[in-house]
Write a protein that binds this ligand. Structure first.
Ligand code: F6R
Length: 610
């Protein structure tokens, strides 16, 4: 997603910054900008499009002797891709500029307050409030103004700040979004990841949450958000350029699995009010009457997107109490579907370009249904076909096997179901408040599961030679089993099938023997006891059980030693956390088998043909 770079030294700042931004291109972006200070004046250049197309504006026609500046590549979240919305953003007098990654959750409240105090806004972004907030606290000390400004801010941020009165320093600080400081010889750097600066220095300081730095040519002073000085040690980065592109991970898939806590923060960021129990889905474009008129919902998608829709069915039926049907887009489009003006069709797609899903959207519209797109890629074909949108804000997904987009789809569908349930008066506002709170702590709970990656790798190493796997789940986690099996088969080429655990007795149980590993999701839920009984049937037939269980579950101990524990969460949120160990398991099986995880055979990232 967005990338930041800051430079202070003795080279032309815009050239160094442009070079750094090109090395952040792999994160995906739709616009970019650079600001420098020259002769006590700020000069800014920004535009939409690829860096190679706007190089003329940012470098060739931007002759400046400045050797201090900041730059940014933006992946639009709040506000469409445009030159106005591109970073860096300035205050009223263009005295200072800010490049920001993350989401300011209370920006609407802050913007209203600042506007009433006379601040004039030039963009639709949440980030611009930061520039005005810092302006309102500035009295000659930039570091203090930044610290004071952030006291009002809720959300995630990594920021770099440039001020015309301070041509010898940059200020940066972070909370939740990553930020590093690179140490050079009479030059120093700020960047959202090391890729941007590796060609200049390998000596890097990783800022922790709530830590910042005043970065000068000849030194860096680190501080905490309370303004206290803090000592930080530099580390020497030993990456080759390809590893650097992947942020140090061996594959994009693994990097994307580890990005998931941040992806959830981005998907919910700025869309909820915990105090009021409200959810805002800005591009939904469904009116009250549209929502009340809906008698049926049909969800369509392909592959992983379809499985997220299967979770959506459980969510919407429980929270909104509208009947939901879930259909593969490739089936829906050819089966004369019964949809009409009282049907809401929800089409889910990461790429927004999947041919079958696009055809299903067109078919549904032809039959008079309203169509809502749950989409990742901005400006994709699907965004132009649908009546309303819920962007999932997963950022660019490069690994062919979808991981973070699935998590973002589930999070977006949860927000949608809570919102519709509240509007249709099915849900009590207190319930919605409670779920918003739980959603917000989910990223930390997922981080705890990610911390178990070595344990999951060890487990995976025991099953490298299995010929076939069975995945079992029930209720909300039946789709988790489907998605887990899909991940395993597409990257490890091991046959894997998923069943609703209650179906075992109706056929698949015949497959069980001591060579058949069975991966079961049996976390605490309304169907826990039922699932446990199904697993006892597997154990009685010598099947090798691997289970995903809730932390502290004592009952499972006598069934198997192969278990992965996950933190306890509400049943409606459990598919979001339970799929994480399954993604890691599939990843390690494939990697340990020596396979090309990011480019599995026969698969393409975006299936634009039938
Ligand atoms: C599986 C996977 C595919 C996609 C499917 C739909 O890991 O990536 O199954 O989920 O091709 O793609 P989108 O979401 O782009 O429509």
């Amino acid at each position: 997603m967005c990338g930041i770079i800051g430079y202070i030294g003795n080279k032309p700042a815009n050239e160094v910054i442009f070079d750094g931004l090109t090395r952040l291109e792999y994160r995906g972006y739709d616009s970019a900008g650079i600001a420098v200070v020259d002769n006590q004046k700020i000069h800014v250049r920004k535009d939409i499009g690829k860096l190679r197309n706007i190089r003329k504006l940012l470098v060739d026609d931007f002759s400046s002797d400045s050797s201090i500046g900041i730059g940014h590549t933006r992946w639009a979240t709040h506000g469409r891709p445009s030159a106005f919305n591109a970073h860096p953003h300035g205050d009223c007098q263009t005295s200072l500029m800010v490049a920001h990654n993350g989401i300011i959750e209370n920006f609407m409240k802050l913007k209203k307050r600042l506007a009433s105090e006379g601040h004039e806004f030039k963009s639709e972004t949440d980030s611009e409030v930061l520039a005005h907030l810092i302006e309102s606290h500035y009295d000659g000390n930039l570091k203090s103004a930044v610290i004071e400004a952030l006291k009002d801010v809720e959300g995630a941020y990594a920021i770099a700040v440039l001020h015309k009165n301070h041509p010898d320093e940059l200020v940066c600080i972070r909370k939740e979004s990553p930020l590093i400081v690179g140490l050079g010889n009479e030059e120093n750097f700020i960047a959202s990841d090391v890729t941007a600066i590796l060609q200049y220095t390998r000596s890097v300081v990783y800022l922790d949450n709530f830590e910042g730095a005043v970065v000068k040519r000849d030194g860096v002073e680190f501080f905490t958000i309370e303004g206290e000085k803090v000592e930080k040690n530099a580390v020497q980065v030993e990456w080759n350029p390809v590893a650097a592109e992947k942020g140090g991970f061996s594959h994009f898939m693994l990097k994307e699995i580890f990005e998931q806590p941040q992806v959830i923060r981005n998907t919910i960021g700025g869309r909820t009010s915990e105090e009021e129990g409200k959810i805002y889905l800005e591009e939904l474009r469904l009116t009250g009457p549209d929502i009340y008129r809906t008698q049926r919902i049909v969800i369509v998608g392909c592959g992983t997107a379809f499985y997220s829709g299967c979770v959506g069915k459980y969510l919407i039926e429980k929270l909104v109490q509208i009947p939901v049907e879930c259909d593969l887009a490739s089936e829906f489009r050819y089966r004369s579907p019964l949809v009409d003006a009282n049907t809401l069709v929800i089409a889910i797609s990461q790429s927004g370009e999947t041919a079958d899903t696009l055809a299903a959207v067109k078919e549904a519209k032809k039959r008079g249904a309203k169509v809502l797109g749950v989409v990742n890629a901005k400006e994709s074909s699907m965004t132009r076909e649908v009546d309303g949108l819920v962007y999932i804000h997963a950022g660019p997904e490069i690994g062919v096997a979808s991981t973070k987009a699935y998590i973002a789809m589930l999070t977006a569908l949860t927000l949608l179901a809570l919102m519709l349930g509240k509007i249709r008066s099915v849900l009590d506002p207190e319930f919605v408040k409670e779920k918003i709170k739980e959603l917000k702590i989910l990223p930390q709970q997922i981080e705890r599961v990610l911390d178990k990656h070595e344990e999951i790798k060890e487990l995976a190493s025991q099953f490298l030679h299995a010929k076939s796997f069975l995945y079992l789940g029930r209720g909300f986690n039946y789709p988790t089993a489907l998605e887990g099996a899909l991940k395993l088969k597409e990257i490890s080429y091991i046959h894997a099938e998923a069943y609703a655990a209650g179906e075992m007795k109706h056929g698949p149980i015949a497959l069980i023997d001591d060579e058949m590993p069975v991966m079961a999701i049996v976390t605490q839920s309304d169907v826990y006891d039922k699932t446990l009984s199904n697993l006892k049937e597997v154990q009685a037939r010598s099947g090798q059980l691997i289970v995903v269980v809730t932390e502290g579950d004592g009952e499972i101990a006598h069934l198997t030693d192969c278990k992965i524990e996950v933190p306890a969460v509400s049943e409606i949120l459990s598919p979001i956390i339970n799929v994480i160990p399954l993604q890691l398991f599939a990843y390690y099986v494939a990697d340990l088998r020596g396979l090309d995880v990011d480019q599995p055979r026969n698969l393409a990232k975006s299936v634009t043909v039938e």
